[in-house]
Design a protein around this ligand. Structure first.
Ligand code: ARG
Length: 477
């Protein structure tokens, strides 16, 4: 066997192609097939694709663009294709490129050439824009439902803990004592804004692109109001060029996901801190924690860490689609096929993250004794001493702040709490201080005093909780 023949004429080098490599034995056309195929991911749109096609063909029949019996045959055929998808899944044949061509090709196999009439007055450009909107509309609704459940969990726990005291932080330094219920209700507010954002975006996106055709509209006498209505849209889109090239609804969805993911990540971060031994504020449910394979004492807050971690992927999805879209001229460009993976990924990460957070909030055990003890340390009631000096002794706040600073310094030097300083020592700092100051220095008094609207006083928190329960349609406590 000559060396030359070995190198150039072996069976293997005939079967593969030196330029394209073994994976692309068929050369450029194989690469094109693979890079072009969106069926591996857009098969997730099959229900929307069938629904939009049925609405379209019903309209074509009613408008006399397709004979009524042909429209009926196509509609029945689409039901048959849907039944196959439901039973066996969507076949992934790269030659059929995407969900639209896969469905149409299968329809033709089932009902014959009449299937070809379905694509009258339509293009894949308005088809995919319509399908994707329908999908995103459902995804908005699902995310909203998940967030409502999370809010119910927060409100329930906040109601239980309106009177539980914990340290409130700024700069992650003990600042003033607050109600645990108040802290939990802060997240209720964030998710309330998230749900308002979803409602706003979902209302704005509810216009139907179908009938915009490839980019310019169509010469057939279609009825866009009819298809829009059949698919539950408020109206048809007003500009065909915009309609086939607009992905703002997907960006709005990803921004909604990102804002919620950011809030979830902040809450996750707090749960992780609170579950750590030095804090010891909570125990997360075993069902949402894991052990360590090497350190037997450990119980790790993995679910919370993954919620925090997933937020990075979700925000990445938003960035990805913004960058895909930013340089595209009107109207459709194939780049836009890449709109779906980030949206699908973000939607499933969000569903999981919201469910995990709901489970952690609902199942957490709060160590309220430990929280109270932490609030009692750290001079959290120093502001209350200053406020007492203003109110009881008529001292200007700036001066009161200064006097309080001296008291904190003294207590700190002795390693005791403010309310453990003997009266004579307080009097030595400022003679206007009397016995009644001690009532203001307890964490309970401090929290109860902050009864301004939206403040942390337990009665205020109970009012917030009652209002939230009403807004969520929960029963009164
Ligand atoms: N699979 C394509 C997408 O997801 C469908 C639209 C194709 N249109 C076209 N003109 N090639 O965007």
């Amino acid at each position: 066997m000559s060396g030359e023949r070995d190198m150039t004429g072996s069976d293997e080098s005939v079967a593969t192609n030196a330029m394209w490599g073994g994976r692309f034995a068929d050369g450029p056309s194989a690469i094109m097939r693979e890079i072009n195929a969106s069926i591996p991911f857009d098969k997730a749109l099959w229900r929307q694709d069938i629904a939009a096609s049925k609405a379209h063909v019903a309209m074509l029949g009613a408008a006399g663009i397709v004979a009524p019996e042909d429209a009926a045959a196509i509609s029945a055929g689409l039901d048959a294709v849907a039944a196959e998808y439901e039973a066996d899944g969507v076949p992934e044949d790269w030659d059929r490129e995407d969900i639209h061509m896969t469905t149409e090709a299968r329809l033709a196999e089932l009902i014959g050439p009449v299937a070809g009439r379905l694509h009258t007055a339509r293009s894949r450009n308005d088809q995919v824009a319509t399908d994707f909107r329908l999908w995103v509309r459902d995804a908005f609704a699902q995310m909203d439902e998940g967030l409502a459940a999370l809010q119910r969990a927060l409100v329930t726990r906040a109601g239980e803990h309106a009177g539980s005291i914990m340290p409130g932080f700024t700069h992650l330094q003990t600042a003033q004592p607050v109600s645990l219920g108040h802290h939990l209700m802060a997240y209720y507010e964030m998710f309330r804004r998230d749900r308002a954002r979803i409602a706003d975006a979902a209302a704005r996106m509810n216009e139907c692109p179908l009938g915009s055709a490839a980019l310019a509209g169509t010469g057939f006498p279609i009825d866009r109001e009819a298809t829009a209505q059949a698919l539950g849209f408020n109206r048809p889109t007003a500009n065909s060029l915009d309609a086939v090239s607009d992905r703002d609804f997907a960006l709005d969805f990803l921004w909604s996901c990102s804002a919620t993911a950011l809030h979830l990540s902040r809450l996750a971060e707090e749960l992780i801190l609170w579950a750590s031994q030095p804090f010891g504020f909570i125990r997360l449910p075993d069902s949402l924690s894991t052990g360590s394979s090497i350190m037997p004492q450990k119980k790790n807050p993995d679910a919370a860490e993954l919620v925090r971690g997933h937020s990075g992927r979700v925000i990445g999805a938003l960035t990805s689609l913004m960058i895909t879209m930013k340089g595209l001229p009107l109207a459709y460009s194939k780049d836009m096929q890449d709109d779906k993976p980030p949206v699908f990924e973000a939607a499933s990460l969000m569903a999981l993250s919201i469910a995990a957070m709901t489970g952690m909030i609902g199942g957490a055990t709060f160590n309220t004794a430990r929280m109270r003890a932490a609030a009692e340390l750290g001079y959290a009631t120093a502001t209350d001493l200053a406020d007492w000096l203003v109110r009881q002794a008529g001292i200007p706040f700036r001066e009161a702040h200064h006097i309080t600073g001296a008291a904190v310094k003294l207590a700190e030097s002795r390693g005791i709490a403010l309310d453990q300083l003997p009266l004579e020592d307080l009097k030595a700092i400022d003679a206007r201080i009397d016995e009644s100051v001690y009532a203001a220095l307890s964490v309970d008094a401090s929290v109860a005093a902050r009864a301004s609207y939206g403040g942390t006083a337990p009665d205020q928190v109970r009012m917030q909780v009652a209002a939230a329960r009403m807004a969520l349609g929960m029963e009164e406590e």
